[in-house]
Ligand binder design. Structure first.
Ligand SMILES: C[S@@+](CC[C@H](N)C(=O)[O-])C[C@H]1O[C@@H](n2cnc3c(N)ncnc32)[C@H](O)[C@@H]1O
Length: 250
């Protein structure tokens, strides 16, 4: 019974995440499909309050992600949450924080560029969708079901131990160490209409991604050791060949 509950919980967490993620895509694209978009959210507050609120929302989102993903945090809270649904609980918390970010976003008036209707507009949309595609494919290259907590609950249900994570370097991972984050960055910046609202979102999230990479790589080095250090010395961070780190001492 407990195993079926764990699997049901993992599935619900996955579906909630999926729905929130679709909202994120529509939000960034400024498609009126979800409750808000980057340019059609809260209005009417002063500029200072809007910027402060948006930066606070991004910071809260980043803190939840960074804190809950750390091994030391996982170690302590798996005393409360069963390990089989630890990742699903993370996914659920991340979806809640994302929904808060998108739902309470404050629109900022004005724009930096506007290529809507210009010949370059289709190329920008292609880049936008390439970003989401790279991101989605990268989840499968890492391990889609493990990333979203389904594998852990499934293995628990079948009374099998979850296999330990492996250092993966297929396809995009041969050229950059963080293709999934690169996909986010492309999708956030490739817009035909860069409003100041969108600029704050893209800029704030990019800064968070760079901070997240530093934390993630620290954990990857401590888990995979020399293998990750060698990978990091050979492969660029977000752009091929750029952001390689000094090789480990022999
Ligand atoms: C949201 S994914 C992002 C992966 C990667 N940073 C990227 O942008 O493609 C984060 C998880 O992937 C894991 N991870 C990152 N790089 C990995 C690799 N090369 N092989 C296996 N797992 C990796 C991290 O330990 C973390 O649990």
């Amino acid at each position: 019974m407990q195993r079926i509950l764990a699997l049901g919980y993992a599935l619900i967490a996955y579906l909630i995440f999926f729905a929130t993620f679709l909202w994120l895509i529509a939000f960034v694209a400024d498609f009126d499909l979800g409750p808000t978009t980057v340019n059609r959210a809260f209005e009417g507050t002063g500029l200072g309050q809007a910027i402060f609120t948006d930066l606070l929302l991004i910071a809260l989102f980043g803190m939840q992600h960074s804190l809950m993903a750390r091994p030391v945090f996982k170690e302590s809270w798996t005393k409360l949450v069963p390990p089989s649904v630890e990742r699903s609980t993370y996914v659920l918390a991340a979806s809640a924080m994302l929904a808060i970010l998108l739902g309470y976003w404050h629109t900022i008036p004005g724009s930096l560029w506007d290529f809507r209707g210009a010949p370059i507009e289709p190329a920008i949309w292609v880049l936008f969708f390439v970003g989401w595609t790279v991101l989605f494919v990268s989840t499968w290259l890492i391990n889609h079901f493990e990333l979203f907590g389904l594998q852990q609950a499934w293995f628990h249900g079948r009374e099998r131990a979850t296999p330990p994570p492996r250092l993966r370097q297929p396809l995009f991972y041969r050229y950059v160490r963080h293709p999934l984050y690169l996909g986010f960055i492309l999708a956030f910046w490739a817009t035909p209409h860069m409003t100041y609202s969108h600029l704050l979102f893209a800029g704030g999230m990019t800064v968070y991604i760079l901070i997240g990479i530093a934390h993630e790589e620290r954990d990857l080095v401590s888990y995979f050791g020399r293998d990750y250090e060698e990978y990091r010395a050979r492969v660029g961070m977000l752009i091929p060949g750029i952001g390689r780190r000094a090789p480990p001492a022999a």
